[in-house]
Ligand binder design. Sequence first.
Ligand code: SF4
Length: 325
Amino acid sequence: MSVLRSAPLAVPVEAVSSPVEAETPLPTGPAGRDRGQRETLKLEKRLARQVGQAIGDFNMIEEGDRVMVCLSGGKDSYGLLDMLMKLKARAPVHFDLVAVNLDQKQPGFPAEVLPEYLRDLGIEHHIETQDTYSIVKAKIPEGKTTCSLCSRLRRGILYSVARRLGCNKIALGHHRDDMLQTFFLNMFFGGKLKGMPPKLTSDNGEFIVIRPLAYVAESDLIRWAEHRRFPIIPCNLCGSQENLQRKQIGDMLREWQRKHPGRIENMFTALGNVVPSHLMDPELHDFRHLKATGVPDAAGDKAFDEETFPEPVGRPFVGVPLVGA
Ligand code: SF4
């Protein structure tokens, strides 16, 4: 049984505030404070609803699961743990959460921050300390990118920790914008229509990996982290170069959204609304053996007519299900 019953994928437009609204600074003074509190409450409800919806839609958590929540010290993983704890408190099924941080011995890593935070939360947790930083530095020549070896080592360690802790699922803090960026990275640089799935089997076949923030906008996680005053640990301690391709894609998406509000929501919806017969992958659609059926189909493809779409009017347009805004 899923944690929350599967909700329809479409989210009512009125229940969704656009990222533009989410980034608008709140007024100060007493009236502003009231409005600020209302906005925070709305934000909390939206986060809980979107996380619950993603869990339900993809059957991410079931009765008896033991979920290892990977905590890096960044805003996304803090938000993930926060929301999963809230949902666990009211979920109709029993499951366990174990927060895990891997201390990779990067210079300047404040090793006491996460244990203190997790102790105060009173949640089961484990800090795994393994010096992958020195291994990576020793193996990769200066100036070369270190991320692929580093993440390979990290993945292996996290699997062994999950096994030791008896966890069957691993929760990661990727959000909607990460997923869209990955989709475009694969398309632009890899020539593939491939995104970042909300749920998958780990490459060693042993665990189910879930991304409960799949429907959550990054701008909402930023605001939630500010509100909750999470003790954020900087993510550049390893001194690795920023992934320039991912940054370019992020800038492109933000620019599109600024010029065409609603575009991110529509692109994200499209990831769950695929029409293989209108792409070109013969593995997904048997073009070779296509035959005339002789039966008219009102919903069938007109082939000759160009598709028409509603005019965008500065807001996400009604008629397309909005997810994760
Ligand atoms: S940014 Fe640093 S810590 Fe992260 S994967 Fe790359 S090398 Fe590892």
